[in-house]
Design a protein around this ligand. Structure first.
Ligand SMILES: [Fe+2]
Length: 197
């Protein structure tokens, strides 16, 4: 008599894993975006949010540039606008490497920072005080980006996404340099702003 326990149980076997080598990918860039839950999903969410953020920031930076009076601030923001456009291209590349569709996901935290910037800067006349407000707002936005890239880097390390790490590290370094430049600029502009108030 056939023992029921000898029968093959359909659907209980683990599927044969497809190795990264078979797919022609480097082991480091093996990523499965369709898997829900786990670190993959968190990484994907963060990636979409920074993509949305960088795209929004191109508009925000243009508005800040149009209100900046200091030539140094105007130049620093214009340079960062160009860098931001490059960072978007870099994220496009990253999505492509991971075989994911490049799409953004609105981040309410960043939307709040952008709204706060508008409220602060729009009520101040252009000049030293407004420039000080622009730097304050821009640095908050920079720190959001720095935190986002740092988080993505820690996830990419855990997921062994070597190429992604390289791209993310480059963007993080640029954000840090921009924040440092704005911080240095604020030393002079904040003092000038004291005579505007
Ligand atoms: Fe950026």
């Amino acid at each position: 008599m056939k023992n029921p326990s000898d029968e093959k149980k359909i659907g209980t076997e683990n599927p044969v894993p497809i190795t990264a080598k078979e797919e022609g990918l480097s082991v480091q860039e093996k990523f499965e975006p369709d898997i829900s839950g786990g670190l993959n999903e968190l990484f994907e969410d963060q990636l979409k949010q920074i993509y949305w953020a960088e795209n929004e920031l191109t508009k925000t930076l243009q508005q800040m540039i149009s209100k900046a009076t200091s030539l140094e601030l105007h130049s620093a923001l214009s340079e960062h606008l160009e860098i931001t456009r490059q960072q978007i291209i870099r994220l496009d590349e990253l999505f492509s490497k991971l075989k994911m569709k490049a799409e953004g996901e609105k981040c309410e935290a960043l939307a709040g920072l952008i709204l706060e910037r508008e409220k602060t800067i729009n009520r101040i006349e252009e000049g030293d005080l407004c420039d000080a407000g622009i730097i304050a707002a821009a640095r908050k936005l920079e720190h959001y980006e720095m935190a986002s890239y740092s988080i993505l880097i820690s996830f990419a390390k855990a997921l062994k996404l070597k190429d992604s790490l390289r791209l993310l590290n480059k963007s993080l370094q640029e954000e840090k340099e921009c924040d440092e430049e704005l911080s240095n600029l604020s030393l002079e502009i904040n003092i000038e702003a004291t005579s505007s108030s």
